[in-house]
Design a protein around this ligand. Structure first.
Ligand SMILES: NC(=O)C1=CN([C@@H]2O[C@H](COP(=O)(O)OP(=O)(O)OC[C@H]3O[C@@H](n4cnc5c(N)ncnc54)[C@H](O)[C@@H]3O)[C@@H](O)[C@H]2O)C=CC1
Ligand SMILES: O=C([O-])CC(=O)C(=O)O
Length: 326
């Protein structure tokens, strides 16, 4: 029996993500929480002929607590696109609900800016004395999904897109996003020019802008994000279910690894508390944070640019909950 909860389930990401979770055979109960519209979304999704039982919740009558009770996995796409200040408060309040009601659940944070909202969740959990670094994940999968698709486009064969494996590390915003194309399972053509590689890297780093522009500023990526969120959630669910050898890049507190993330800290040359790195997942969440592998000089330069920006983003999140740590 696995209970999945979506917080922000009526939104642009929340609705298709809830749909994809309802389609996942590993989910037996699906709780949909939002400040609006969840009765309708839940009624609609509940008619889909898959096993998961679907219930919608709103804030009155302790709706958040009821949604979270007994949760195994909580996915958070609540918030407002490109409004970091508003999202910080929303994520803090939802994290408080999880820390008090379902502190052992795996928490998957989609709400932006992930580089700051994950530290917010962690600080709230610390305050409640329930912080387990193995269970709190920033979802950076959309960057991986984009990297796969864009490489398949370069290779002129979109049928490769689902098969391509490319680690994308660092964080989830602009220059903190570092795609490691040199480790792609499907290498770029050897004739591929340095300037083309730079353009491709920028396309992954600023893929979100491409969508915002195409939507005339009316929203950001929702459908591709729902897909990516469901892909990462499925990996976590499979690992919780005992499946071995599951690896995915995700933004985590480096103490999730028993070495305290020593390998990553050495590789990036800075004592950061958080980084998105390939992580091995298991029944307790993170089992191991893996090495970034061999980087090219240009990838090392991208990491060097990402690190100071990440440090600022992380600090913003921590100090939102703990101003005294400034
Ligand atoms: N990690 C990633 O790769 C990505 C993250 N995002 C982020 O995901 C978040 C959501 O984006 P969209 O779905 O497009 O926004 P949206 O505005 O369509 O939906 C957000 C939903 O959150 C709900 N909400 C607001 N306050 C809430 C609260 N206190 N409790 C529960 N629900 C609440 C709203 O009612 C709404 O239904 C944004 O922060 C966005 O920047 C978006 C794309 C990619
Ligand atoms: O760019 C945005 O605002 C949404 C986002 O995180 C993405 O599309 O990667």
């Amino acid at each position: 029996m696995v209970k999945a909860v979506v917080l922000g389930a009526a939104g642009g990401i929340g609705q298709p993500l809830s749909l994809l979770l309802k389609a996942n055979p590993l989910v037996t109960e699906l709780a949909l929480y939002d400040i609006v519209n969840t009765p309708g979304v839940a009624a609609d999704i509940s008619h889909i002929s898959t096993p998961a039982k679907v219930v919608g919740y709103l804030p009155p009558d302790d709706g958040l607590k009821k949604a979270l009770t007994g949760a195994d996995i909580v996915v958070i796409p609540a918030g407002v696109p490109r409004k970091p200040g508003i999202n910080a408060g929303i994520v803090r309040d939802l994290a408080t609900g999880i820390a008090t009601t379902a502190p052992k659940a795996a928490v998957l944070v989609i709400s932006n800016p992930v580089n700051s909202t994950v530290p917010i969740v962690v600080e709230v959990f610390k305050k409640h004395g329930v912080f387990d670094p193995k269970k709190i994940f920033g979802v950076t999968t959309l960057d991986v999904v984009r990297a796969r698709t864009f490489v398949a486009e370069v290779l002129g064969d979109l049928s490769l897109a689902p098969l391509i494996k490319i680690p994308v590390v660092g964080g989830h915003s602009g220059v903190t996003i570092v795609p490691l194309f040199s480790q792609s399972s499907h290498p770029l053509p050897s004739s591929y020019a340095t300037s083309d590689l730079e353009t491709l890297t920028k396309r992954v780093q600023f893929g979100g802008d491409e969508v915002v522009k195409a939507k005339d500023g009316a929203g950001s990526a929702t459908l591709s994000m729902a897909w990516a969120g469901a892909e990462f959630a499925e990996k976590v669910l499979k690992a919780l279910n005992g499946e071995k050898g599951i690896v995915a890049p995700t933004f985590v507190h480096l103490s999730a690894d028993k070495s305290g993330g020593e390998t990553i800290k050495k590789e990036i040359g800075k004592d950061l508390d958080y980084f998105s790195a390939p992580v091995e997942l298991g029944p307790e969440g993170v089992t191991k944070i893996l090495s970034l592998g061999k980087l090219t000089d240009s990838e090392k330069a991208l990491v060097d640019t990402a690190v100071p920006e990440l440090a600022i983003n992380i600090e913003k999140g921590v100090s939102f909950i703990e101003p005294s740590k400034l």
